[in-house]
Design a protein around this ligand. Sequence first.
Ligand code: NAD
Length: 524
Amino acid sequence: MTVTPLALTRPASVTDAFLRRLVARVPGSSGATWKLTEVYTGDVLVELPQSTPADIEQAFTVARAAQERWAATPLKRRLEVFKRAHALFVDRARIVTDLIQVESGKNRRMAIEETCDPAMVMSHYLTRAAKLLAPVKRGGPVPFLTTSTEVRQPKGVVGIIAPWNFPFATGISDAVPALMAGNAVVLKPDNKTALSPLYGVEMLEEAGLPKGLFQVVCGEGPDVGPTLIDQANYVMFTGSTATGRVIGERAGRNLIGCCLELGGKNPMIVLDDADLDETVQGAIFGAFGNTGQICMHIERIYLPESRYDEFKNAYVAKTKALDVRAAYDFGPDMGSLVSTDHMGRVKAHVDDAVAKGATVLCGGKPRPDLGPAFFEPTILEGVTKDMLCGVTETFGPVVALHKYRTVDEAVAFANDTEYGLNASVWGGDVTAARAVASRIESGNVNINDILATAYAAKGTPSGGVKNSGVGARHGDQGLLKYTDVKNVAVLKKQVMGPRGGQTYEKYVEGMLSGLKLMRRLRIR
Ligand code: NAD
C-alpha cells in the first residue's frame, strides 16, 4: 500500500457560507444541533439542526399542502422540472462530489460516480412516467356494457429514510419517481451525510420544484423515525436489516406500504474458466470500492480449488499496491470509512475472525496515520460461520477467500446466508455462468461484473430477497409503488340480476352460459 503524506485543503466550493445555507432549510426549533464533520480531518464543518417531533409534523403539514397543488399540476409540467434538473445535476456534479467527499470520506472516483445516479434515474423515468401514470382502460365483467379503468393516484407524502454510504443517490434518486408521480417527500438523511442531499433539494427547487414540496428533517434515527413514519403515506427505507425490521413493523401497524432496501453478505463465485486479470480487477472493486461500504459489494469469494493459489496470489499483490489515502482528487483507489465508530465495527469483525483462527493475507489494521477512520483493505482466509464476519455484514474493506470443489458446492456456499441482495458470477462461458446465476437466491446477480451492470439498469427492478429487503427500486414498480390504484368502473346498462319478470332460475342459467361464452371469446 502506498502511503503519501499530504497537506489536505478542503475543496474550494465547500465554504462556510455555502454549508450554512444548505443546513438552513432543516427545521430545528429546540436549537439542538449535531456537529457534522469532515471525515478526513475530523474538523467540524457545520452545526446541523436537529428536528423535534413538532418540527417533523410541521414539515408534513407544509408538504401536504404543496402536494395538493403539485398533484393538480399537469404531468407534462411536472416532468419539465426534471428535464431542467437533469442538466443542473450534470453541470454541478463536481460540487456535489466535493460535498459527498467531505461528509463521507470516500475517494473521489466513487463520489463522482454517485453523482450520476439521480440523473440516470431522471432520464429513465422521464421516458416512462407518462406511460406508467396514464389511465388504463380494461374490460369490465360484462362485454360492451361495462368498463373498468385503472387510475394511478399519488400516495400523498412519502417519507424517505436514507443511509450514509450513498447519501446523494439514496436521498435524491428514490425521491425522483415519487415526485414525478405527484407526491411530496419528507427526507431524513443520516446526520453524518446530510449535505449532498440538501444540495440536491436546492438544485431541484432551482429547476422549478415548488418550494415546500420536498422537506428535509434531521436527527438520530430513533428520535425522528417514529414521527416520520406516523405522518407518512408510504415509507422508502434504505439501511441495515436491523433498522429495516423496526421501520417495517411500524409501517405495518399504520397500514401503510413500505419498501425496504437492506444489507447483504454478497458472494462472488469464480468459475474455472474465468479470466484471471478481469476477475481480480472485479474483486478489487467488489471488496474495496467505496471502502467496502456498498450494500451490493462482495464479502465472500468462492474459488475453484484448482485456481485458488493463482487467484489468491494475484489478488493479494494487487490489493497491497492500492493507493489508499485522503485526497480531494481522482488519485486514490480507496478512501476512508465514514466514521471512527464504523471503523471500530470493521476492526471488531477482523479481530474476532483472527481470534477464532482466520488468517490475514493482507491489511487487517486501522491506519490513523492516513486519517481518523482509515482501515486497510483486508483479505482473510479460513473464515468460518462462528465468526462475526462469517455470517453478518461487515460493511467495510474486508473480504474472505474460500475454496470449492464442485459448482454445486459453490452454489450451496453462496446460498448459505440469511441475506439475498447481490451475487457476482465470473466465467468465460456465459451460458454456464447464467446456469449458476439461476440457482443463486438473490435479488440481483451480475455475470462478469460486480454490481454496476444490474444497478445501472434503471429499467429493471432491483431489490433484495430473504433478509435483504422487501420491494424494489427502479423499473416500473420503482414508480408505481408510490401510487395507489383507483378502479373506476362504469356499468352502461343494468343487467346484473333477473330482469322483467325473469325467474331467478332462468337468470342463473343465462349467467352460467354467459360465463362459458366469455371464456371462449377471451381464448380467441
Ligand atoms: P442504519 O439502518 O443504521 O441507518 C439507515 C438510516 O436509518 C439512517 O438515516 C438512520 O439515521 C436511520 N435510522 C436508524 N435507526 C432508525 C430508527 N429506529 N427509525 C428510523 N430511522 C432510523 O444503516 P446505515 O449504517 O446508515 O447504512 C448501512 C446499511 O445500509 C448497510 O447494512 C447497507 O447494506 C445498507 N444499504 C442498503 C442498500 C440497498 O439498496 N439495499 C443501499 C445502501 C445501504
